[in-house]
Design a protein around this ligand. Structure first.
Ligand SMILES: *[C@@H]1O[C@H](CO)[C@@H](O)[C@H](O)[C@H]1NC(C)=O
Ligand SMILES: *[C@@H]1O[C@H](CO)[C@@H](O)[C@H](O)[C@H]1NC(C)=O
Length: 383
């Protein structure tokens, strides 16, 4: 190698080292800035020989604490420590979440609200700039028309006024079978079911109560008589067409333009407009890009960047429930013959294929953090 090349290489190395030190020290300040009360011993920094900067961060790539345990942070021990077992702990899920994930932004309303559009906020700017499923850009008029008909944007007076809400999200996994969790599930203030998950015939294991049922058009029950009475029908929209579909359901119109759906969809929804809601798309955005760390793809739907509905529902609950439990979530691929869904006796775990839209492995990692730190309680121990 000729000398000028060597010199160039030398200068380049120097620039890189300086750049690395600068970058690392900025990151470090960020870490300390976010959690000033944390023991600095946990954030060790060692400068060795001026060339290498060794930084042991306390947070992982997504911003979650690396060392997770079920202990309450000291500042919460007094608040919750004395409450007896089973008493609802106000703000517990958000507090525990913030302890392991300082960037957690609370609150984020459960459903889209007509007034939400009128008051500029940090949250609104986050969802109004993205196209579905990560926001509602281009769909404002359809949404406004839906919301002007539904007129209700909460869970209902009784639940909205509770000072402490305990929620359970039911995934549809076969792990729910034969555990007789029904009565325990019914005990929660808010029971969230997903898509077509049936109640009748499975009451012993899945309970009877449905507070809200979150679906997208292809997942919605197609036999209206199967809909739970006294529950809210909640749309989680994954594409613009989903909002148009909901508008036709709300106004009880004949369904047209079904070419864009990936399977047949429900043609009517039993609930009256005042029992229909739109899930805040912020939860899809936050779950995908912040919690799970899926590729942003410039904010557009792309390969492997859509969270599953179950994780979207859990994200919603972290913002809106004081305590969060889940049941029926299972990622155990070591039992290929176990049933995938509790309501289908033929589809086994082994049927789970590599998915184009989801990244199950990364999603599971995220949910494991929540369970490990006791942010959520997993009633069926499948996560
Ligand atoms: C909880 O108990 C501790 C000690 O037993 C006491 O100092 C503290 O004030 C109690 N906190 C509440 C909220 O009652
Ligand atoms: C649940 O119990 C029924 C009846 O005892 C049995 O036939 C079935 O195999 C069990 N299912 C699972 C998943 O354990």
């Amino acid at each position: 190698m000729k000398t000028p090349h060597k010199r160039l290489l030398f200068i380049l190395c120097g620039i890189m080292v300086v750049g690395f030190i600068y970058f690392s020290s900025r990151k470090l300040r960020l870490v300390w800035g976010l959690k000033p009360q944390r023991d600095p011993a946990e954030t060790t920094v060692g400068l060795t020989k001026g060339a290498e900067v060794k930084r042991i961060t306390v947070y992982d790539e997504q911003g979650f604490l690396l060392k997770l345990d079920k202990k309450l942070p000291p500042e919460w021990v007094n608040k919750y420590g004395n409450l007896s077992e089973g008493v609802c702990k106000p703000g517990y899920a958000a507090a525990k979440m913030t302890a392991i994930y300082p960037k957690f932004m609370n609150p984020a309303p459960m459903f889209l609200d007509r007034n939400f559009f009128k008051t500029p906020s940090k949250l609104l700017s986050k969802v109004s700039k993205y196209l579905p499923p990560f926001g509602f850009r281009t769909q404002e008029r359809v949404i406004d028309s839906i919301l002007s008909a539904t007129k209700n944007y909460g869970l209902g007076a009784a639940l909205d006024s509770l000072s402490c809400k305990r929620c359970v999200i039911l995934g549809n996994g076969g792990v729910l079978l034969n555990k007789s969790l029904g009565p325990r599930i019914d005990d929660y203030d808010v029971v969230v079911r997903l898509n077509e998950a049936p109640v009748s015939g499975y009451v012993k294991d899945v309970g009877t109560k449905t507070t809200i049922r979150i679906t997208y058009p292809e997942g919605a029950m197609q036999k209206p008589e199967k809909y739970d009475k006294d529950s809210l029908f909640v749309l989680s929209a994954f594409k613009p067409l989903d909002f148009k579909w909901l508008k036709q359901m709300v106004f009880k119109e004949k369904l047209r333009g079904t070419e864009g759906f990936w399977k047949s969809v429900a043609r009517n929804v039993l609930q009256e407009p005042n029992e229909i809601r739109i899930l805040n798309p912020y939860f899809i955005q936050e779950a995908a890009f912040q919690f799970i760390g899926l590729p942003s793809n410039n904010g557009l739907m792309g390969k492997g960047n859509i969270p599953t509905l179950g994780t979207v529902a859990i994200t919603m609950a972290l913002h809106n429930c004081d305590e969060v439990a889940v049941a029926g979530f299972s990622y155990n691929m070591n039992t290929p013959n176990a049933l995938l869904h509790y309501y289908n006796k033929t589809v086994k775990m082994s049927a789970v294929k590599e998915s184009w839209t989801h990244n199950i492995a990364k999603e599971k990692e995220f949910l494991r953090k929540l369970v490990k730190a006791n942010v959520i309680t997993d009633l069926t121990n499948g996560i």
